[in-house]
Design a protein around this ligand. Structure first.
Ligand code: DSN
Length: 434
């Protein structure tokens, strides 16, 4: 795995000879781990070499509080160009009038949007965490839940899809300042139009957190929230396959002004210009036609994996998936999510335990695991590989203590990882192809 050094000669970029073996040993070990395990965590994705290179540049040295053309520091003429490129590419990618690319993470983006749309103490309506929401949507220990009064809607018991009747009823009785749509573990298409209708009926603002589906939205494989929402918050590193970070897009100048103030100076100081450069590169990569092709393969792989697991008797929440992720109810195999996560990790399949709707287990045990196909598709796995993967997962979950099964699956995973490496794969470094 490359360390963060640019392949192209670049004036002003220092070369180095490291003496910090202790540190680089850990970095190298993580590189080997990523190459030798299949990454099924739905929120992870290997960024291109060019995205990674941007984060190792001298841009990290620059303070640039403020926004392009209006900074609190001198010497910002070049980082202004970087941020302008990132903003204009984000706007083009999501067909949005305005963008703020400074949030350090998706959570910071969401918090910035909340601050822009409502005073502390206001009522906010969002999807509950155990039904697929996110901790920045009102978890009592997150700033969102500390500073706002959150109320939560969920999915129906019958089909595990968002209960829009409940959203409407709660909105009418609570008259929230903000309604939040989106989350981190919802496997189905979210229809933003009825959310906007309800928000307008009750005089609320609509905030969409599209962090998980940003890549699908960019590729037009999921309806865009931009025409419907007052503000759209996102991270850059999930399906969008950029650097770890966040951004906001919107259609209204008043909302932009409010969110700009909320992000800086509201919640952050100096922007991470090296990361903003990497975001600009990732947005450019996502504008390339090959990105839509990649996202199509992510969704096809997700469907194939869910079907393969269901064929082996595993219950998939809501009966399948429309996007890059699925929730597997491992209680159907007599396991908790925590046990399933450990068993799968033992054969180099990395995933996370996850609450499922109406879960009876606590968050550290759970009844489910969340699986995603963005990262494995980036390293070139295809629908044929999904059939194998579904079989391996089912084998392990049916016999998590069988050394023979674990050894066989571990060997098969290792062989596939060697055949389809991350950074030798033509599927990833699309940034260098154009
Ligand atoms: N923690 C992320 C996820 O795994 O979905 C969301 O921020």
């Amino acid at each position: 795995m490359p360390h963060a050094s640019s392949q192209r000669p670049s004036p002003g970029q220092p070369s180095y000879r490291s003496s910090d073996h202790e540190l680089w040993d850990a970095v190298d070990a993580e590189g080997r781990r990523q190459e030798s395990q299949l990454e099924l965590i739905a929120s992870e994705n290997p960024a291109s070499a060019e995205v990674i290179a941007a984060m190792g540049t001298v841009l990290t040295n620059k303070y640039a509080e403020g926004y392009p053309g209006r900074r609190y520091y001198g010497g910002c003429e070049h980082v202004d160009r970087v941020e302008d490129l990132a903003r204009s590419r984000a706007k083009q990618l999501f067909d949005a009038a305005y963008a703020n690319v400074q949030p350090h993470s998706g959570t910071q983006a969401t918090l910035g949007c909340l601050m822009a749309l409502a005073e502390p103490g206001a009522d906010v309506l969002a999807m509950s965490l155990d039904h697929g929401g996110h901790l920045s949507h009102g978890h009592p220990k997150n700033a969102s839940g500390i500073y706002y009064r959150f109320h939560h809607y969920g999915v129906r018991r019958t089909d595990e899809r968002i209960d829009m009747d409940q959203v409407r009823d709660m909105a009418k009785s609570l008259r929230p300042k903000v309604i939040v749509a989106g989350g981190s573990a919802y496997p189905r298409v979210i229809d933003f139009a009825p959310f906007a209708e309800i928000a307008s009926e009750v005089g609320a603002k609509l905030l969409v957190d599209m962090a998980h589906i940003a890549g699908l939205v960019a590729a037009k494989l999921h309806p865009s929230p931009v025409p419907h929402a007052d503000l759209v918050a996102s991270s850059t590193h999930k399906t969008l396959r950029g650097p770890r970070g966040g951004f906001v897009v919107c259609k209204g100048v008043e909302e932009l002004k409010a969110v700009n103030t909320a992000v800086f100076p509201g919640g952050q100081g100096g922007p991470l210009m090296h990361v903003i450069a990497a975001k600009a590169i990732a947005f450019r990569e996502a504008l390339h036609p090959s990105f839509a092709d990649y996202m199509g393969r992510v969704v096809a792989n997700s469907r194939a994996l869910a079907e393969g697991l269901m064929a082996r008797g595993l219950r998939i929440v809501s009966g399948g998936t429309d996007n890059h992720l699925m929730l597997v109810d491992v209680k159907s195999k007599g396991l908790t999510g925590a046990e399933a996560e450990v068993a799968l990790h033992g054969v180099d399949l990395t995933c996370n335990k996850n609450l499922i709707p109406f879960d009876t287990e606590p968050p550290m045990r759970t009844s489910g695991v969340r699986l995603g196909t963005a990262a494995i598709t980036s390293r070139g796995l295809d629908v044929g590989d999904m059939a194998l993967l579904a079989g391996w997962i089912a084998d392990v979950l049916e016999a998590p203590k069988s050394e023979a099964v674990l050894k066989r699956v571990r060997g098969a995973v290792a062989e596939l990882c060697q055949k389809k490496p991350i950074y030798a794969s033509a599927a990833v470094p699309i940034g260098q192809a154009h």
